[in-house]
Design a binder for this molecule. Sequence first.
Ligand code: PLP
Length: 439
Amino acid sequence: MTSSTVGEEFEADLVTRYGSPLYVYDLDRLRAAHRDLREALPEPSRIYYSLKANPHPGLVGALREAGARAEITSRGELASALEAGCPAGELLYSGPGKTPGELDEAVLAGVRSFSVESFGDLERIGAAANARGAVADCALRINAAGAPGSAGLRMTGSASQFGFDLDVLLDAPEQLLVAGTRIVGLHFFPLTNATDEEGLCAELVQSIRTAAELRETLGIELRLVDLGGGFAAPYAVPGDRPRYPGLRASVSKALDESLPGWRDGAPVVAFESGRYLVGDSGRLLCTVTDIKESRGTSYAVLDSGINHLGGLAGLGRLLPMSAKPLREQPLDGVVATGAPGPEGAERVTLAGPLCTPADVLGRAVPLPGLSPGTVLAFPNVGAYGLTASLLGFLGHPAPAEVVVDGGEVVSVTRLALQRHQVTGPGPRATQHTAVKELT
Ligand SMILES: *Cc1c(COP(=O)(O)O)cnc(C)c1O
């Protein structure tokens, strides 16, 4: 079971010490998630942690120690992975639109494994590697989205900016011969947040069959098959990660049939995960700053909104979120008035501090009795929390990020949003600055 040494009293004390709002990440929960995923997956296999979900170096470092490798897609994620101690040679660089400049930086840093999204991407990866006298190991990303259960290589998925359509690849295999590269892998990522184990397994099995056929047809020396993932996790609502008790057996069987040799690492089988690994390790603590009533609706205004959480949702999609009161405490040094919400207000709209009607974290949330100074906790926001949000919008400071390990605070940082004079390449650090205790 997922265990945590972080209690709600402890969390509320963090707000007293470091200010509101703040994110708290519990490394014990992160390691439990990694263990659960490890046990669900075929053995041997490799787990890549997708930094997209949360690039905090403290989390990346803990996952590295647990045995995961890092999958990165940008200069910032490269910097985070290196800061977390990931060896550059073990990173997988993926994503569309990699520029010559960032590729050069990656190759210079020692990155040698790339996921390839198109023939143009392959050319640019090759040019960057060649220029440094290196050879890039490339995994072709295959667009199989929307083609579940399809049989035969000619059947492709829907249109996508990600990966190669199978027919495009098969029509011009000679375009895969690019100096500075060698094609040694295939990369699939057809779905995400899959709670249905049967559907997920069917997708993985389909990818395995496609990989075996492509190896044959294209004559690839297949060293890596990255099957992606899609492992689900609750987001900003209470609940547990799903389990996949049947996945290991069914996927191992498909691997035995289609890619014998995988048990000896030929090819290495890999999976990717973001949300499953870090989602339930993180909580956002924030404080009610105002309570008001408008035309029959009760509002609780918070000191945190779509600038810190659910920014993707702020761009047109409202997710159901729920928070839980932890304690009442003075706000910014001012003792709370204690004025409770309107009589009988059982449900409130949780609004953030931004001057936009889009800044709503939840509507009709059953949270009676809130008052200014109430500390609220949003659960399960370790993935796609802070860095997936509209941090720059309206200029509120970033929340502190507190990493807890074994019940001890091991780091407290704050992402800095500062305007710099541009005199050369952008800053490479992840720009985490230390946070001082308030008292
Ligand atoms: C987003 C993404 C991931 C991580 O997705 P999760 O749902 O967080 O596990 C992994 N691989 C690729 C290619 C992605 O785009």
